[in-house]
Design a protein around this ligand. Structure first.
Ligand code: ADP
Ligand code: MG
Length: 692
């Protein structure tokens, strides 16, 4: 089941051998030589000429042609950084960091000196920085402080075809900057998809094509639908490793958990093989990559494997366009990816697994043809590819919650959001729904303007509920404690749970439990770490990720800086944490749930079932509280509440009256909600159908 046709594969493998030399050559070249070998190098002069003559240019080129790493350097070399800097936006944090590092190496400068990067809560740039890579979110926030982006001479909007939410908003904002500043240049880079559309949006600007240099990729489909794509991918990778000529393997999975499972299974298979095979088994270097992976481990995918081992990279769709690894000859495509989608039933965004689009599938396959002719194994049928996949992905702006965007645009004094110059406007309902949520949080007033609280919320690079929690912490005089909680929620889980020491690590975690609350448990962990001089060995002893905690400490200090500029004093409630729970409650009443059965809750607003997570501290209470609020819902085997806190029902009534005593005067809002609900369930059904 799910097997691929191997005969054809073997034939193709013969053909492949000839081209091995190409990849060896690439590996032995110096950085300067590698730069000159990139396709973009051959058109450097013409490209710079087009940029000199036009204010906006769309640049199209295959992935790996050198757009991200070279364009900024060319602009620097052409004098654009003598007055101002070159900025380059990326939809993903990992890409911003890794590309900045690469370019700093190519320019032989320390990272953070001439070349730097900025992502949320991390700014590695300095007074000398001429080339700045950043996430599109960072640039979007910079427009708050400096609406004309005066320090930038050129902005490269990279990976625009990804149509991330922030990129789409930036399109509208940058179009204004272009009109206002004659000296400002904008370059939009894109895979072939969408280039014409981008050009039209900016008034029919030139499209510059970088000639491609790619090799054919042989595409092999699964004969039958694959039931378990993790297993399918592992099998396929092992087969390639044992039977096919040299060349690295790239597997596309949907997320961290699957990637870890895949890597684990691969390692196990290799071990088995080594122990049962008498003659030597070729080495396999198994390398995960996903956005939450620590940077030093991420860098490994670019390094040559030790003693000639074959690399097998297991990645999320980050390796689709943002990161290019040379030497990949085999791609294994599960056909799935995670996408952030607004889930109307939950009233929030959730990362859900969806089949990829045809454009994405082709992009994935293309990764095998960068260094020589390659092979792509699709773990789905040809008919699924032709008949079931969407032609191209739906832009994020049309499928996610717009809370942050609405807050930002409102603070940029864009009164009527429906009039904003969106390339593809979000569904009106999405905008209204996000406005509704902000109104409930108290960030918008009855006529849709920012309240005092809303203005303050904009200052924080946080999702609206967390910004609200912080500011209520101010009112309730426990901001010191809330600050820690918000920081801990802004980093990946700090609890370390190795598979072979699960019980031991669970016991260690339980020692930190504050029975009323997972949020307070996080606070407790942090405070104990602090009491132990922020020591790394202490973390190891208690099964905590020291890197995560350090990151939380950094986030905390940055948020503290913002509080200082807002002249908000750092109040503390000392050891009485009930008031902290109240602040937590104020941020989450849209995520309030009522007890229904043992460990089983329903969302107070929409009746959605949700369950206490098995790892929750609340089990330590000895009874299950009647009401809880939670940080977010995660969908695995069940709908689990991630990070829950017990709350008093009267707090809900007091802090979120619009939900919990529905004698609301604003009937139009209620009516609107009702209509919205109906439309949302229709959309949801559509999503369901897509998934089938
Ligand atoms: P594009 O943006 O057109 O997809 P890039 O500029 O990202 O192309 O990549 C050009 C080349 O630089 C690729 O061959 C890639 O392998 C190499 N490269 C990019 N980032 C790194 C990195 N962090 N480490 C090593 N090589 C890299
Ligand atoms: Mg790129």
């Amino acid at each position: 089941e799910g097997e691929v046709d191997f005969k054809e594969d073997a034939k193709f493998a013969q053909h492949l051998k000839k081209d091995e030399a190409v990849s060896e050559f690439a590996k032995s070249k110096t950085l300067a030589e590698q730069r000159q070998y990139l396709p973009i190098y051959s058109v450097r002069e013409e490209l710079l000429q087009v940029i000199r003559e036009n204010q906006v240019v769309v640049v199209v080129g295959e992935t790996g042609s050198g757009k991200t790493t070279q364009l900024t350097q060319y602009l620097h070399e052409d004098g654009y950084t003598t007055n101002g800097i070159v900025g380059c936006t990326q939809p993903r944090r990992v890409a911003a960091m890794s590309v900045a590092k690469r370019v700093s190496e190519e320019m032989e400068t320390e990272l953070g000196d001439k070349v730097g990067y900025a992502i949320r809560f991390e700014d590695v740039t300095g007074p000398n920085t001429k080339i700045k890579y950043m996430t599109d979110g960072v640039l979007m926030r910079e427009t708050l402080k400096d609406s004309e982006l005066d320090k930038y001479r050129v902005v490269v909007m990279d990976e625009a075809h990804e149509r991330s939410l922030n990129t789409d908003v930036l399109f509208g904002i940058l179009k204004k900057v272009v009109a206002q500043r004659r000296d400002f240049k904008l370059i939009v880079t894109s895979a072939t998809l969408n280039a014409q559309k981008f050009s039209n949006f900016f008034g029919s600007v030139p499209i510059f094509h970088i000639p491609g240099r790619t090799f054919p990729v042989n595409i092999l489909y699964s004969k039958t639908p694959c039931e378990d794509y993790v297993e399918g991918a592992v099998k396929q990778a092992m087969t390639v490793h044992i039977t096919s000529p040299p060349g690295d393997i790239l597997i596309f999975m949907t997320g961290q958990d699957e990637i870890e499972a895949t890597c684990y299974a691969l390692a196990e298979r290799m071990e088995q093989l080594v122990s049962t095979t008498k003659k030597g088994v070729p080495k396999l270097s198994i390398l995960p990559i996903y956005s939450q992976l620590p940077a030093d481990l991420q860098a490994k995918i670019f390094q040559k494997a030790e003693d000639g081992a074959r690399k097998c990279i297991v990645a999320t769709n980050i390796a689709e366009t943002s990161l290019t690894v040379d030497g990949i000859f085999y791609v294994i495509d599960t056909g799935y990816g995670k996408m952030k989608v607004y889930n109307p039933r939950m009233g929030m965004d959730a990362l859900q697994v969806f089949p990829v689009s045809r454009a994405a599938a082709d992009q994935r396959a293309g990764r095998a043809g960068r260094t020589g002719p390659g092979t792509c194994y699709r773990l789905y049928t040809e008919s699924a590819y032709l008949n079931e996949l969407l032609a191209s992905p739906v832009p994020e702006i049309q499928r996610t919650n717009l809370g942050n965007v609405v807050l930002l645009l409102k603070s940029l004094k864009i009164e009527n959001l429906l009039d904003f110059d969106f390339m593809d406007p979000p569904p009106q309902d999405n905008i209204l729904n996000s406005m509704y949520q902000l109104w409930v949080l108290g960030a918008l007033n009855n006529v849709g303007g920012l309240t005092e609280l809303g203005w303050k919320m904009v200052e924080f690079p946080l999702d609206p509920p967390l910004a609200k929690m912080l500011l209520i912490g101010e009112q309730l005089e426990c901001i010191n404690e809330v600050l820690t909680i918000v920081s801990m929620l802004s980093v990946p889980s700090v609890f370390f749970r190795p598979k072979d020491r699960a019980e031991e690590s669970d016991a260690a975690r339980e020692k930190f439990f504050v029975p009323e609350s997972d949020h307070l448990t996080l606070l407790n962990v942090y405070q104990q770490w602090k009491a132990n001089q922020y020591r790394g060995d202490w973390c190891n002893d208690h099964f905590l990720h020291v890197k995560g905690l350090r990151k939380a400490r950094e986030v905390r200090s940055q948020l503290l800086d913002i509080l200082k500029t807002l002249k908000i004093p750092l109040t503390s409630c000392g050891p009485d944490w009930d008031v902290v729970r109240k602040a937590i409650c104020s941020a989450y009443f849209h995520n309030a749930a009522r007890l229904k059965g043992v460990g089983e809750y329903v969302n107070c607003r929409n009746g959605m079932p949700c369950h206490l997570h098995p790892s929750s501290a609340l089990y330590g209470l000895g009874y299950t509280p009647d009401y809880v609020v939670y940080h977010e819902l995660i969908l695995t085997a069940k709908e689990y509440m991630q990070c829950a806190t017990a709350v008093e029902p009267q707090w809900l009534a007091e802090l979120g009256p619009m939900f919990f005593s529905v004698k609301d005067s604003d009937t139009s809002m209620l009516e609107h909600k009702k209509r919205q609900k109906e439309e949302k369930s229709a959309m949801e059904e559509e999503m369901e159908n897509l998934r089938k």
